[in-house]
Design a protein around this ligand. Structure first.
Ligand code: PRP
Length: 214
């Protein structure tokens, strides 16, 4: 029988995503976080580990049937895929941060550095503010420190990175967590198998919710 192909995001969501599939009995082998392997096979599934930002592309183009990816990536990449459910892990937030004590100059256009340029643009558009968005591929915390930008738009989880670089959150944009996504065609053609996984996920999340409340 044809296997279900799954894309998982490398990085902070990888371990939890593998653990989830372990617990559901979908992928039975332990995950070695130091492995350089990119493809992981089991009886019914083939899992590929890709850069977080590429998960929507793999899913949208049908290279895989389903995936797990952060809401930050979904908001940034805007792929034509189904976002099926919130998996409740990988919780953090998207926020605007600035050097501690930052005061905005009213007469100057705000310079915003971010890896998440679309999220930043949409956020300031929603506030009807014209800003100068500067794309950076990482270590964005550096931008306001060296004078490249006034503020940053980035993910904040524990807040340690901001604190260690003398920055603080000045505005929250939205909460972020891991999402289960599916290719629109696979959702029809492999409907039975994908729905089975969704039911398992729902049951698991319900149980977890009950455990947390006890
Ligand atoms: C994110 C983000 C911050 C950090 C925040 O980077 O860009 O740098 O995590 O986490 P904290 O609040 O717990 O300190 P990530 O580690 O995902 O890597 P990236 O720089 O490649 O995006």
């Amino acid at each position: 029988m044809e296997k279900i192909k799954i894309a998982l995001a490398k990085g902070r969501l990888a371990r939890k995503s593998f653990e989830l599939f372990n617990k559901l009995g979908i992928y039975k082998h332990p995950f070695d976080k130091d492995t350089r392997k990119l493809i992981f096979e089991d009886d019914d599934v083939e899992i590929v580990l890709v850069k977080a930002g590429d998960v929507p592309t793999y899913v949208e183009r049908g290279a895989v049937d389903i995936g797990i990816v952060g809401k930050d990536t979904l908001l940034q990449e805007e792929a034509d895929i189904y976002e099926i459910m919130d998996l409740g892990f990988g919780k953090c937030k998207m926020a605007v941060a600035a050097p501690t004590g930052f005061k905005r100059k009213k007469d100057k256009k705000l310079r915003v550095a971010s890896k998440y340029t679309k999220i930043a643009r949409d956020y300031y558009l929603s506030k009807n503010e014209q800003v100068d968005i500067i794309y950076l591929s990482g270590s964005v915390e550096l931008a306001p420190i060296v004078g490249l930008s006034d503020v940053i738009v980035d993910i904040v989880q524990t807040g340690t990175t901001l604190k260690e670089n003398g920055l603080e959150v000045i505005e929250d944009i939205c909460p972020i967590s891991a999402r289960f996504v599916a290719n629109k065609v696979s959702f029809k053609t492999k409907s039975k198998k994908i729905r089975e996984i969704i039911v398992k996920l729902q049951k698991y999340l319900e149980m977890e919710g009950k455990d947390e409340n006890n």
